[in-house]
Design a protein around this ligand. Structure first.
Ligand SMILES: *Cc1c(COP(=O)(O)O)cnc(C)c1O
Length: 425
């Protein structure tokens, strides 16, 4: 890893922390990040020439792995015509149609370039629509880095929130209420106290505190509470959309949110995200209505082409998600066995092509539970797996992704590595 080490030292001189997104710094596992040279299918290669099975897959977007032929072909075709116009192109309508066809409960969709923009805009839209100020989120859910959303539950009283970043105003944080995931009582308490909640935003399958799916009953009650209070329900499916199932969380729990945000897979590895809702809500968005939202590169033709190719390909393969799910289950079960063999407490979970594991004695239902995990064990495990050619997300609070280029043999290689690694903890 000498070249990566050198490259990181050089990057540190010019880029804060040497990275352009903090999780890439490998800080929580206490090592240097790998610099990646290239990827092909399930594998990535670092600049020292080491090869790894990649369970990060760019943090979710690459449903078909690196350099998928169909996605590359679509991108090349689009690139030849020009990379950006700042004017409408046919590809935008095509991708909009392809997505809306799958979600009958949303009528219109607006494309942006990142998940952060999608959730930020969805919240502005919900506030404009309800003419209310407050928003409610869940501790441990991540919705990008806009000010209103960088708020976490303060210690002590559940209604006391604190900015989770310097530079976020207390004044902004005070309008963000924070509840406990999978705990409907914590939500009811906030609705009892606050009559002016514009929206509830939630990852219906949380993937940013490790993998923690919301319970069906919890989501149903949450939706009922929103309906009763005239509050907009936003499902943030930036990660789970076209990942947990073809129809994201909707394909699993059938719950119709008022606004859905997408990202990651819908850009096929290029920067695209979106938010969609019924006409009644979307019609107040500019240029039709008074909620402003814009973007120079929104609906970028390369990103639309990559996203469209991904979604078409996913739609065509009727067994895709079943197969991804089988591999995810095989891996989770194997990790669990490896932990058992080494007498290490491990909780495992998988939903569609997403998998997660916690070094934890108990079942994890929310962020408080997740935080009780053994982070030392995670860091050692991560390092031990990396040494054996397995590239996992570098934090206990992230998930892993199966891509369509993976097979049972790769999974079994990974499980064998886990057996050896667990013994080293
Ligand atoms: C990744 C993610 C975001 C943020 O998307 P970016 O493209 O990184 O801005 C928002 N919400 C969820 C659930 C995510 O997983």
């Amino acid at each position: 890893m000498q070249n990566s080490k050198k490259a990181f030292k050089e990057a540190l001189k010019y880029i804060p922390g040497g990275v352009n997104s903090p999780v890439r710094a490998f800080k929580s596992v206490g090592t240097n990040p790998l610099f990646i040279d290239s990827g092909k299918g399930a594998y990535i290669k670092d600049i020292d020439g080491n090869s790894y099975i990649d369970y990060v897959q760019s943090w979710g977007p690459l449903l078909f792995g690196h350099c998928d032929e169909d996605i590359m072909k679509a991108c090349k075709k689009a690139l030849k015509k020009g990379s950006s116009f700042g004017a409408p192109t046919l590809l935008e309508t095509k991708l909009a149609k392809a997505i809306l066809k799958e979600f009958k409960h949303i009528d219109k969709i607006r494309f942006v370039s990142s998940g952060t923009e999608a959730t930020m805009s969805a919240i502005r839209l919900a506030r404009g629509y309800t003419k209310r100020d407050k928003i409610l989120k869940f501790d441990g859910c991540y919705h990008g880095h806009s000010d209103s959303l960088l708020v976490s539950a303060g210690s002590g009283a559940a209604t006391f929130n604190t900015p989770s970043s310097l530079g976020v105003l207390e004044d902004v944080a005070k309008n963000t209420l924070v509840a406990t995931y999978n705990d409907i009582k914590s939500v009811e308490a906030l609705f009892d106290k606050h009559k002016d909640i514009a929206c509830v935003i939630i990852e219906p399958i949380a993937g940013n505190m490790g993998l923690v799916p919301a319970k069906q009953e919890f989501l149903e009650k949450l939706q009922a509470l929103c309906k009763k209070n005239g509050t907009v329900l936003i499902f943030d499916e930036v990660m789970s959309g076209f990942r947990a199932s073809f129809h994201g969380s909707f394909g699993i729990n059938g719950i119709e949110a008022d606004i859905i945000t997408f990202g990651k897979v819908i850009g096929g590895g290029l920067p695209a995200a979106a938010f969609g809702a019924k006409d009644e809500i979307m019609s107040i968005l500019s240029p039709l209505g008074g909620v402003y939202q814009a973007g120079t590169l929104s609906g970028n033709p390369l990103a639309m082409a990559a996203g469209l190719a991904s979604i078409k390909k996913a739609k065509k393969d009727k067994n895709l998600y079943k197969n991804l799910g089988k591999l995810a289950y095989r891996l989770s079960s194997g990790l669990k066995e490896a932990a058992n063999a080494a007498n290490i407490a491990l909780q495992t979970c998988c939903v569609g092509s997403m998998f997660g594991f916690f070094f934890n004695e108990n079942e994890v239902n929310n962020y408080q539970d997740a935080r009780k995990s053994n982070l030392q064990h995670f860091a050692s495990f991560h390092k031990a797996m990396l040494k054996r050619g397995i590239y996992l997300a570098c934090s206990q609070f992230e998930v892993g992704f199966i891509c369509a280029k993976m097979n049972e043999k790769m999974i079994d290689t990974t499980i064998n590595a886990a057996f050896e690694s667990m013994k080293e903890l």
